[in-house]
Design a protein around this ligand. Structure first.
Ligand code: 13P
Length: 288
């Protein structure tokens, strides 16, 4: 298949009562691992790349690896920009073939957020690309994006409705008590707020900050209307732990093929678990 936008996969998930896992990728090894698991489990997946990842690996390298893996796959694969803020680089990625983007302008006042997002929606929709935007602001750290407690806030359901209508976005990232990175204390998820948002917003809703949440918590969020679940930190921990363990046992190794393999195997276990948690296994078959 070709790389797809997230339009159909998220609407199918919303209608089917499951979620699509969006895994943050960084390099060839993370992309290969996610794609192998997605094909084995017949799950649609989203490969998400932050601005930091794009800078590290190069937008065209990542996009082309993703395009190649999608071509070799028989499940829908989307390549998605995660937490991008720069309008021009988002437009460049769309022109290069990226079909799904998040413009994060959640740090701005409401009217400015609407204006910036509307501009990207108008551009993206001309090229059949989908747009996710955030209203409210998650606490925590996602790559270079650091949001302190005092700068974070939860999504206001009545503003969410207006935001979606005025921007024309395809999916909405909401802040309901989750955090980027690992939780320092027990997360307090505002399920009532999620229910309120679900009542007034018709498009797919996105849960950021899923690392460290129990399967039960995420599944309750899916039941209440979440259709995309973002996972980054747990994959990074698994990858680095796998590599570290290999070095502990083989301190003199120099062959990247040797030490990267246990890193990939450790990530694979997380990816399997998260696909099961999202209940997206075998849902890729719908699109054949
Ligand atoms: P975690 O790092 O907490 O898994 O969050 C991922 C995320 O929301 C990416 O946008």
């Amino acid at each position: 298949m070709l790389l797809v936008s997230t339009k159909k996969m998220l609407i199918d998930a919303q209608e089917g009562g499951y979620a699509i896992p969006a895994f943050n990728i960084h390099n060839l090894e993370t992309i290969q691992t996610i794609i192998d698991v997605a094909n084995e489990m017949k799950s649609p997946v989203i490969l998400a790349a932050t601005p930091g990842t794009m800078k590290f690996a190069g937008m065209e390298y990542l996009l082309n690896i993703a395009m190649l893996t999608a071509k070799k796959s028989d499940v829908p694969i989307a390549f998605h920009l995660d937490h991008h803020e720069d309008l021009e680089s988002i437009k460049d990625a769309i022109m290069a073939g990226c079909k799904s983007v998040m413009l994060d302008a959640s740090m701005l006042p409401f009217e400015e957020n609407v204006k910036r997002v509307r501009e990207i929606v108008e551009f993206a929709h001309r090229y059949d690309a989908t747009v996710e935007a955030e209203l409210g602001r998650l606490v925590g750290q996602e790559d270079d994006l650091i949001v302190k407690e005092q700068d974070s806030h939860l999504t206001d359901p009545s503003l969410a409705k207006e935001f979606v209508e005025r921007t024309g976005i395809d999916s909405l990232a909401i802040s309901i008590g989750t955090a980027h990175g690992l939780y320092k204390s027990e997360p307090r998820i505002d399920y009532d707020r999620l229910k309120e948002i679900r009542k007034v917003v018709k498009i797919p809703l996105v849960l950021h900050g899923a690392s460290g949440l129990t399967d039960n918590v995420v599944q309750k969020c899916i039941e209440l209307g979440i259709s995309k679940v973002n996972i980054a930190t747990e994959l990074k921990i698994a990858f680095s732990d796998g590599v570290k363990e290999y070095f502990e046992e083989n301190p003199n190794t120099t062959d990247p093929r040797k030490y990267l393999t246990p890193g990939k195997e450790a990530m694979k276990k997380i990816a399997i678990n998260k696909i099961q948690m999202c209940q997206s296994e075998n849902k890729g078959l719908l699109h054949l």
